[in-house]
Design a protein around this ligand. Structure first.
Ligand SMILES: C[S@@+](CC[C@H](N)C(=O)[O-])C[C@H]1O[C@@H](n2cnc3c(N)ncnc32)[C@H](O)[C@@H]1O
Length: 497
């Protein structure tokens, strides 16, 4: 399990591979209302508007009725007796709660492969599945289409109890409109990631539509397979799909196991257990009856958790938290062209983002900063600086140029302070919000999103404040060291005079 845990750090939702990476569609407004759920989505290409409709399957995110029907069906379908049950919880709305004492180091769950959805699962509409496979549709879009296909036939699908217990509107940044992303996440780099993700989903859907759906409208009618249903199915995949290393790294939806919520404190991940032939996880702590049981969705920053899962852990509770710091070459730099060329050679741009943690910044950022401030006399080193700024494993990153150390740290400090001022502006403008986001249904959507954004920005700014403090101290030490050296030099000069 140790090995599995390591590999499974990216367990719940790893990379999203779009169907065609190059397909960029412009985003159009998505209007959204919670309760009742209603989205209207305009597709990009032709400014054609897809009919506004409700997603006719799934349930409210906190529905326990559908969850208990799921539990019953799973037991009848081969899920062994469990030490947990689905209940309403304080963190994550619904979750798995211990019914009995659970020991530390105990294997639990044992979901058999017959109850797991993968790209190999049998399609109720076999012809549709065959067609996608013939067209070599990759796992992600294939699973997204599978989920819609099964959902649309309601009770006729063997997964109907599972699908009925899935949220009708998964929480994730996929459901934020462009205006909401711009307004609430302006200070955070996660906004760019969200825009990129929505663009990928729209592009993937458009590719499928052009290449396959439009040619087989009987198998893939637009009333069922449209951008809105794809937004739902991708939202489900982003927030529930796992990669199972012991099943050859297969992506899977694991009913029951996907009722487990995330805790930044735990270090346990799901995997397939060959000996018991089921999906399990091994607890890293004991649980008493009534306690919620958690797993880890991977070592993700608060921004990444908001992006895929739609929540932000409490400030200071996520040891894997980080913030992306954006740094840029100055256009007025005499060596701008040479520096940009060196960066491009190593797959980098004039502006780059580097993750900063509470414990420090990466060596790549230091290398980029060396390059950004180095004078023309150091042009011979541009190449090695750019190489070290890229995160290729084979390049030496720990460069040292003591003669420009001070300006380099000052450059990082300036970038950090400019980022802090954006966060300050947003947080001040938001006023003092202190809302209970553990019960978002009670909140007005706007307040809910705003509170999530404030929580994210506060946690990201906290990391920047710490970085600012460390940088200022280092600069002060360098400067006072220089001053001391100057004084000694001056004293020696006077002495010899
Ligand atoms: C894999 S599902 C877990 C089951 C989910 N609570 C449900 O009732 O369907 C992931 C979703 O659970 C919620 N969630 C998980 N961990 C959470 C946490 N620590 N805080 C708040 N919400 C959480 C988020 O809505 C997330 O998108």
């Amino acid at each position: 399990m140790a090995e599995a845990s390591r590999v499974l750090q990216a367990a719940l939702i790893p990379n999203f591979n779009p169907f065609h990476k190059t397909h960029l569609s412009q985003l159009n407004p998505v209007t959204f209302r919670r309760n009742p759920v209603q989205c209207s989505v305009s597709t990009s290409e032709s400014t054609k508007t897809v009919v506004t409709q409700n997603i006719p399957w799934g349930c409210d995110i906190d529905s326990l009725e559908n969850a208990s029907a799921l539990q019953k069906w799973l037991s009848q379908s081969g899920l062994p007796p469990q030490k947990m049950a689905i209940e309403k919880v304080d963190v994550g709305e619904r979750g798995l709660v211990a019914l009995k004492n659970i020991r530390k180091g105990e294997k639990i769950l044992f979901v058999p492969p017959s109850l797991v959805i993968t790209a190999d699962s049998e399609w109720s509409c076999a012809e549709a599945g065959k067609l996608l496979k013939q067209n070599s549709v990759p796992d992600w879009p294939l699973l997204a289409t599978y989920l819609i296909s099964e959902a649309s036939i309601m009770e006729s699908s063997r997964w109907s109890n599972y699908i009925s217990a899935l949220p009708r509107q998964p929480y994730s940044l996929l459901y934020w409109t462009r205006e909401e992303l711009d307004r609430y996440l302006e200070a955070s780099q996660i906004r760019e990631r969200a825009i990129e993700r929505v663009t990928n989903v729209v592009g993937t859907y458009n590719d499928l539509r052009l290449r396959i759906f439009s040619k087989y409208p009987d198998l893939f009618p637009e009333e069922v397979f449209n951008l809105e249903t794809f937004r739902w199915s991708f939202g489900i995949l982003f927030s529930r799909l796992v990669r199972l290393p012991s099943m050859d790294g297969k992506f899977a939806l694991v009913p029951w196991a996907d009722m487990l919520n995330h805790s930044c404190e735990v270090e346990t991940f799901l995997d397939y257990d060959k000996s018991s032939q089921g999906v399990v996880f091994t607890t890293d702590r004991p649980y008493q009856p009534g306690e919620q049981v958690f797993i880890s969705y991977g070592k993700k920053s608060n921004g990444e958790l908001l992006l895929s899962y739609g929540f932000v852990p409490k400030e200071g509770t996520n040891p894997s938290d980080s913030v992306e710091l954006s740094v840029s070459l100055s256009k007025s730099d005499k060596c701008y062209r040479e520096k940009l060329e060196a960066l491009r050679k190593h797959g980098l741009q004039a502006s780059q983002c580097y993750p900063i943690r509470i414990t420090g910044w990466p060596l790549e950022l230091m290398a980029y900063a060396y390059l950004a401030i180095s004078p023309p006399s150091m042009s011979g080193q541009f190449e090695e600086m750019a190489a070290a700024a890229s995160n290729k494993a084979d390049t030496k990153k720990d460069l040292r140029y003591p003669e420009i150390e001070e300006e380099t740290l000052q450059f990082i400090l300036d970038s950090c302070e400019s980022s802090i001022s954006k966060y300050n502006k947003f947080i001040q403008q938001s006023g003092s919000l202190d809302l209970d986001v553990t019960s978002p249904k009670q909140l007005n959507r706007r307040l809910f999103l705003k509170q999530l954004a404030v929580d994210l920005c506060t946690s990201e700014r906290r990391i920047l404040f710490r970085t600012q403090y460390i940088l200022r101290r280092r600069l002060r030490d360098i400067r006072s060291g220089e001053l001391r050296a100057l004084k000694i030099f001056d004293g020696l000069r006077k002495f010899f005079k």
